[in-house]
Design a protein around this ligand. Sequence first.
Ligand code: EPZ
Length: 430
Amino acid sequence: MDRIHIRGGNRLEGTIPISGAKNAALPLMAASLLTPETLTLSNLPHLQDITTLANLLAQHGVAITMDGDAGKDGHAGRTLSLTATEITNTTAPYELVRRMRASILVLGPLLTRAGRAKVSLPGGCAIGSRPIDLHLKGLASLGAEIELGEGYIQAVAPRRLKGAHIVFPSVSVGATENLLMAAVLAEGETVLEGAAREPEVADLVRCLTSMGARIQGVGTDKLRIQGIDQLGGTRHEVEPDRIETGTYAMAAAITSGALELLGGRLDQIGAVAEALTGAGVKLVETNRGIHASRSDGALTCVDVTTGPFPGFPTDLQAQMTACMATAEGASTITESVFESRFAHVPELTRMGANIKLKGASAMVRGVDRLIGAPVMATDLRASVSLVLAGLAAEGETTISRVYHLDRGYERLEEKLAACGADIERVREKE
Ligand code: EPZ
């Protein structure tokens, strides 16, 4: 397994191209199942998760062609054309689904297009049990008959799905996306109340609309869908990744650096911008993206509580914890979305961070400096928080199990090295 070696202490300066959003790309790719025509997605990031989902879709009968065109600023966004002329297999097998729980996003499209779906239960992961009850209850409201057995979800729509008024008891990005995709081909009107407002959901709404779907309420927590008989194809550019944007803004913050984040959009990271500004980071919109720099002096601690959009994203909590570990003062970081998303804390502590866990909160007391150490990645976002800590730490940090990183960050070490980080990936013999 590969490792990443970082010798900390360098100030980062330069430009970082922001890739297309992983969490927008995945549901957009699943939407290809909804139409016999071609859906072409551009600005896709080169990530393991994208490849995993492409393999899953291919075994459902989706023909996929790829042409990696060099996007603007030289970073190669990838263009995929996906055509599900017909669904030849309605089973999503365990060996593929276990690699990426977002595979559950094929459930709604398969059910509404092909009338049946057998999808492996995605299982939990490092950040929590990750139930899918909201997905299943919602699909049942649309008329699906659902049984669970031998680790699989068996769903059948004996007749065409029928629109319904669904009220979510709590916000779920994936359930909103699954039900949205199921509803666009259902008979009649569906209302999704308490829908997720994440920008990735809005990107999916825009793409479905350009495929002919009739959806009102984009960007709000109430989506109204009038089902139609068939969707067409379209071309859609995946929006920039707001989590990557926030991550690299924090890389500038933690190294007292100055980075221009090409393609970054301030309107996608409002709550993050507010917290970082309060901590002493300067964020300025440029005509190419966002310029992030630490104004003079140390970072100061701020309190953060994660929540559904437009709140502070849970996917940036670990990275913010790393920033606060080196800031002046004390900070309370509260994780309200997932039940156990502090796996990065013991690793940061081994680098000298002063963090105490108390229920759903991490009580951080800033220290003068972190010390490099061998640490282990556990999940995608925890891994990158260790990279941030390593960039600021004195001495060398070695991060193992970096395959977690490869799931969500395209060419991370290249992008950071180009801005002065002393970072390299070492391929370890298996
Ligand atoms: C999406 O996961 C993202 N993944 C996650 O990013 C992100 O952290 C999460 O949304 C929250 O923003 C993708 O988009 C592929 P949820 P999702 O359903 O849809 C509970 C990353 O690092 N819940 O909004 O699975 C759930 O347990 C990943 O890129 C139920 O109780 O998240 C959690 O506590 C990690 N029942 C909360 O809701 C359900 O049926 C939010 O989950 C579904 C969810």
